[in-house]
Design a protein around this ligand. Structure first.
Ligand SMILES: *[C@@H]1O[C@H](CO)[C@@H](O)[C@H](O)[C@H]1NC(C)=O
Length: 436
């Protein structure tokens, strides 16, 4: 408001327009257009200037009008009051005079909330005196910011302000209000004389990443600002950040693989331990079974084993029996007697020796052992049915070795419990003969 008054005074003092040719006086208004932005309030300056010093307009008629409109009335003051019955509806409720200043010859019009349509030539009149004041209402708009894209490690922003009536200036600011060096600014003017300004800026990442595009127009005292917060993620990573991330990834991968390696190693170790444990158990079971086989079949083995000498030899070589044991066995003539001697030796040397004997015998005289095994399996039928769980893989192996037939295996598999399967397997085995 002050600004316009000051400017109005400037016009009154420096550039005056003289109207009304007679000696009684004249009206003074600005000779240059009054510029204002839409939405603002404006004062159209007009002053009565009488050479005789009587400038009192209080009891005179003051008329503001626009001759290009119909009705032309903008504001009418007559008989010491406003008479706006014939006022153009466009100005309804937006016009006023400075009542207290009328006696000093100030007949300026205040126009509130100006519209673009208010642009025009206003006649200020104290009949018969008159003068014309040109008003131009300027369109302004809020600038709009957008991200153009990354550039190296920075981000390029764009600001556009459209349809300004007067040529605007565009400035970029950071969050501290410091002016940023802007990129190319381009100004376009359309067929209706409206200006569009576009500006780019390259910004670096900051704490706040808040940037402002300021568009201002000095003539109409207009300034429009738009702030924009660039998300951190929009900024490309710097070389340092990239290196940091790569190092981080390498460290993470290293830690993971070391941890994984340790884990795998532990698992492997555990597995190995388990396997060894199982092996040990299996061996023990095997030995127990061997002993179990050797003991009750003493009579049969004595009858049947012929290669007593080589077996004894091997037992000696394995350190399971002693030299003196051998001489006892060798001393006997017939293999039966040798075998009796060997049994004594084995009893004396304990289960390990017995187990080894069984193994060696299996190598050297497999037929005997096979017969013993069949016996063993038959004798322990009930026990096996109760205790053997992995019937499927056993029957599988039998199938692969061609010892049972496919349909037999299917039968076994069809049984529900492992006990039933085992019973079925026994059935199949007894049908297929002793080799199985
Ligand atoms: C207003 O007056 C100016 C100057 O005299 C002139 O150039 C312009 O065309 C006029 N405008 C209208 C709308 O009559």
């Amino acid at each position: 408001m002050k600004y316009y008054l000051v400017r109005a005074m400037f016009f009154l003092l420096v550039v005056t327009a003289v109207s009304g040719a007679d000696d009684t006086g004249y009206l003074v208004g600005p000779t240059k257009p009054v510029l204002i932005a839409e939405g603002d309030d404006v004062i159209l300056p007009c002053t009565l200037n009488n050479p005789n010093g009587n400038n009192n307009a209080f009891d005179q008629t003051v008329e503001w009008s626009r001759l290009d409109l119909n009705p032309k009335e903008v504001h009418l003051y007559r008989n010491i009051r406003d008479e706006n019955a014939d006022q153009n509806t466009n100005y309804k409720g937006r016009t006023s005079l400075f009542r207290d200043d009328l006696e000093n010859g100030i007949i300026s019009l205040k126009l509130s909330r100006v519209k673009l349509a208010d642009t025009g030539n206003y006649t200020c009149s104290v009949p018969p005196l008159k003068t014309v004041i040109q008003l131009i209402v300027g369109a302004v708009s809020q600038p709009v910011i957008s991200v153009v894209g990354p550039k190296d490690y920075d981000v390029v922003l764009k600001c556009v302000a459209t349809f300004w009536t007067f040529k605007p200036d565009l400035t970029w600011l950071d969050s501290d209000g410091s002016i940023l060096t802007e990129g190319p600014t381009e100004i376009q003017i359309d067929s209706e004389g409206r200006y569009t300004v576009r500006g780019e800026v390259t910004v670096q990442k900051t704490d706040k990443n808040m940037f402002t595009c300021r568009v201002n127009q000095q003539q109409i005292n207009q300034m429009k600002k738009t702030e924009y917060n660039v998300p951190d993620a929009v900024f490309p990573m710097s070389r340092g950040q990239k290196a940091g991330i790569i190092i981080g990834v390498i460290i993470a991968v290293t830690i993971l693989s070391v941890a994984g390696g340790v884990y795998m190693w532990r698992q492997k170790k555990q597995l190995k331990q388990q396997q060894e444990e199982q092996k040990k158990q299996l061996k023990q079971q095997q030995e127990e079974q061997n002993i179990h086989n050797v003991n009750p079949h003493m009579a049969e083995l004595i009858q049947r084993v012929t290669k007593v000498i080589p077996i004894t030899d091997e037992l000696l070589q394995k350190g399971l029996i002693q030299e003196e044991d051998c001489s006892n066995v060798l001393f006997a003539d017939a293999s039966k007697d040798q075998m009796i001697m060997l049994y004594q030796v084995l009893d004396y040397r304990g289960p390990k020796a017995k187990s080894a004997f069984y193994r060696i015998l299996k190598e050297k005289e497999p037929d005997i052992i096979r017969d013993l095994d069949v016996d063993f399996v038959d004798q322990n039928k009930d026990l096996f049915i109760q205790r053997v769980n992995d019937v499927n893989s056993i029957s599988d192996e039998l199938l692969q070795k061609g010892l049972i037939k496919k349909e037999d295996e299917d039968k076994i598999r069809a049984a529900e419990t492992s006990q039933d399967q085992m019973t079925q397997l026994y059935q199949v085995l007894s049908d297929s003969g002793p080799d199985s």
